[in-house]
Write a protein that binds this ligand. Sequence first.
Ligand SMILES: [Zn+2]
Length: 264
Amino acid sequence: MSHFVRGIPSELYPDPASEVPCFRFRGLSSYHELSHAVYTRHGGVSEPPFHSLNTSPGSGDRVERVRANLEIIRSAMAAQSLRGMKQVHGNDIALIHPNGPAPSGNPTEADAMVTGAPGIALMVKQADCQAIMLYDPLKKVISNVHCGWRGNVSGLLSRVVHRMSDAFGCSPSDLRAAIGPSLGPCCAEFVTHREIFPEAFQPFMVRENHFDLWALSCWQLVEAGLKRENIEVARICTKCRTDLFYSYRGEGITGRSATVVMLK
Ligand SMILES: [Zn+2]
């Protein structure tokens, strides 16, 4: 099953033109009506162990520094508003409306957002979990998903694809997807996998207790109706690259980096 990503180079590249250090996906970059960025841990104001572009106040960082970091990202995206979530490793999907509640209020408890409204930047915060961006270039609808292993188990990706279909008439075969930097097969060790993973995940075990979660998410997206050639994979492991990204498994107390997508 790991043929879903194995042997394919990263489809993510650093953007030297960006004022805030970030990476972009080659495929998503070809849509001029779309903005997206995979931010790193650099370019913000937080101090160790949150250095420096930490987006999560829940990590223990000072609130005013996190607020400053969020403004750095909003400004770099040229977004009217930057919308995050209270991510709970659940199954809820928030539909973001242009005239919805002010972003200064408590963020919605959810693990995915969907919108067709321009100017609203959807942000996923992460330290090892996958941020997966989805885009329908025909209906002009975007989604950003926070998918950890619990999301894989609960079928979150399939639920998001269905929600895009139900709410906006998206056809899964039109969707583009990008799986960002996250725990790689080198480091995704689950010693209790027999208890927590369904039997169907077994083909994604690449060596004892280690799983290829990139290939697993890719397979789940294809099962939901996406075409494999429309899925990009960063293939960068956050635990191996704490020089660039935050890693909960690698660092314990640390920050959360941002992956952001927006319709212009
Ligand atoms: Zn690794």
